[in-house]
Design a protein around this ligand. Sequence first.
Ligand code: C2E
Ligand code: MG
Ligand code: MG
Length: 298
Amino acid sequence: MLLRAQQAARYALRTRARWVCWNDGPEDLDGVLMSREDTLVTEVMQGLDRGEFELFYQPQLEMRTGRVRGVEALVRWHRKGALVMPNDFVPEVEAAGLSSALGMWVLKRACQQLAQWREEGVFCAQVAVNLSAAQLQGDLAESVGRVLEEYGIESGRLEIELTESAEIPDPEEAGTITRRLGEMGVGFSLDDFGSGYSNFLRLRSAQFAAVKLDRQFVAGMLDNTYDKEMLRTVIQFCRSVDIQTIAEGVETPQQLEALRQLGCDAWQGFLCSPPMGGDAVTDFLRHADARQGVAVTL
Ligand code: C2E
Ligand code: MG
Ligand code: MG
């Protein structure tokens, strides 16, 4: 029993799964789980080769003007006829040490999309790409530089969203890489601020252009004073140190209005649109450009 609990804890830690449970099963559970990871590694590599991954894009809007600030790229996996969401495979991909293979694919695809929009005359100021903390090592800065060059994308049009995590393999090396990318002109935002390990200390130690306010605070802000005051404090703090704030998961006009009153700079969420496939987001961008903004009815 204790052995099972230990194996579950180890597996949850490795995969960052929120819960793991089982009762009966083979004694060598570690072996079974390792082989499950091996299978995933093979499937992801094959999936990348076979073109099973796709990027969806969610618009981010400027609060003041309603203009599109940019889009966030969110990966999806067409696996055996089902559309698999990132929370169901990214943690395992990370645990299996494959972040960089998937991450580079995401980066390339996002830059390729920007280049395609440029050719088609569709305006999109920037694309934000989510990066696993595990990718902050080795020659990442050089690899990003090569991809930008390959597609002729100015570095200022790429934003990297970092989710704070306890698992940055080498924080010193990670710091050097983010500084190097920053010098190249790539922007950084701190994702899911207020949840997990993200904190004000982290903000001080890296050059973040934007902070993304975790959607749990947005979801609670109308009924919960703690959430609203937390948002007010973070927004005021960010204003005073010249960091933009982007609210995540805005679903209602009331939330949007409350965020506007708190002085939040930008937002994204189902109220505007869920993440969309390439064709749908292209249509969205064309319309937004023609109207010089996105009308959201309050
Ligand atoms: P995230 O970067 O915080 O992305 C926002 C998530 O919130 C997305 O989930 C999005 O679909 C969802 N969302 C957006 N608006 C709303 C809303 O109004 N209400 C609600 N309830 N949800 C909303 P998704 O696409 O399932 O992505 C989940 C997470 O997976 C992302 O969280 C990000 O951390 C990770 N992820 C996604 N794509 C990648 C990737 O290419 N690489 C890495 N390393 N991680 C990725
Ligand atoms: Mg994100
Ligand atoms: Mg987020």
